[in-house]
Design a protein around this ligand. Sequence first.
Ligand SMILES: *Cc1c(COP(=O)(O)O)cnc(C)c1O
Length: 361
Amino acid sequence: MRSDFLTTGPVVPQFEQAIATYCGAEYAIAANSATSALHIACMALEVGPGDYVWTSPNSFVASANCALYCGASIDFVDICIDSLNIDVICLADKLAEAKKTGRLPKVLIVVHFAGVPCNMPEISSLAKKYGVRIIEDASHALGASVAGTKIGSCDYSDITIFSFHPVKIITSGEGGIATTADRDLAKRMERLRSHGVVRDVDQMTVAEPEVWYYEQLELGFNYRMTDIHAALGLSQMARLDMYNASRRDLVRRYDEHLKKLPIRIQKRDIKTSSHHLYPVQFSSAAMRETVFYHLRQKEILVNVHYIPIHRHPFYQSLGFKENDFPVAEEYYSKAMSLPLFPSMTEAQQNAVITQLQDILL
Ligand SMILES: *Cc1c(COP(=O)(O)O)cnc(C)c1O
């Protein structure tokens, strides 16, 4: 607050550098939300009218909306009931089919649901085979890793997006960031987040501009992060690994105490996931409903992630039908996320476990 800068000043690049260093990324471009970052990521990959973008139906609507902002068409790849991420077999089949009909997507947006990384090596080799670019929506996955590399390094993708909304792994109030290993994509996103305006001589159309001169090269936005938000994010970076370690310990404890209950947990490697959520599946929709209202009545704030994107009225109006992605729907009908946050005490967790045991055993 005592700094001369309130909006983009010296702290935004410091925060960008901290994220880039942490993830092993070449470049990081901060924005005022992950949604904005997803939008400029799609634009940097030249998503536009006539293009297709595919994503997971088991996500927040922002994972799909970004393609529509660019005038592209969206489609979904159903999930695997174990990982709750895009099913690689479905993806392979859908790509083969799309190639035949000439409707291959330009971009695939994978979502690391609950912080569990998608199978990036396989997804990336499929994408290479078909010439599809990849954006990782890693809003849940700061600190997670896959095949020995941190999510955000972009070893298996073109661009990775993180969210710093208060419910996510760390927060800046509101905020998001795009990481990439590609200098041109980084430059493009940097200018799109600020009106499409450039001040670097090497990006201008004139050779020797006057000192006051700047140029707008394309239609961008004001998606800038402020220094105030960046300072909040930067201070949280110091606690990131501690937060994730707490989440991991809580997950191990849930796993241990819930294993005798008739619920199904997400298939994941505890060590490499960032555990944004602890999603469980009950044996039926009726059981989920009973448990949900029982816990809510006890003031335990359980939630449901996610209403499949194509089930929203807006997406139905685009032509998606109720049973288009049956696995995502099946999961949604029985799903519930248990409370999970780094400062959760053992007593708080025990209260959740006891209530679940009472109602399910
Ligand atoms: C939260 C979230 C977003 C949007 O993040 P904002 O920073 O709120 O714009 C996008 N995708 C997923 C998967 C999310 O969980």
